[in-house]
Design a protein around this ligand. Structure first.
Ligand SMILES: [Zn+2]
Length: 103
């Protein structure tokens, strides 16, 4: 009797990467509308370097992400938001110098 039972693969339930599904800000709050003139909420969707945060991280839905990117791009053209943070190298340098100096 050399019958070996197959290993069960269903030990622990598979863990999902996103335990909590992030909710789109603009979907949850219906009063807030994506507007390129209102850069307050838009600033939360750009990184420190001025890049648009991807949907995976921001958690906004496809519809609003599209509106957000459009609004950010418009805001950039209106000089409300930066295309990219200027003198990043200088900032980086000064930060590293500060850390290196230890003062
Ligand atoms: Zn949404």
């Amino acid at each position: 009797m050399a019958f070996e039972p197959q290993r069960r693969t269903g030990g622990a339930p598979p863990k999902k990467r996103w335990g909590r599904r992030k909710i789109c800000r603009f979907c949850s709050d219906k009063n807030s509308v994506v507007d390129y003139k209102d850069i307050g909420p838009l600033r939360q969707f750009i990184s420190e370097r001025g890049k648009i945060v991807p949907r995976r991280i921001s958690g906004s839905c496809a519809l609003h992400q599209r509106q957000i990117t459009l609004a950010i791009k418009r805001a950039r053209l209106m000089a409300l938001l930066p295309f990219s943070t200027s003198n990043t190298t200088d900032q980086y340098r000064s930060e590293t110098q500060r850390q290196g100096m230890g003062r």
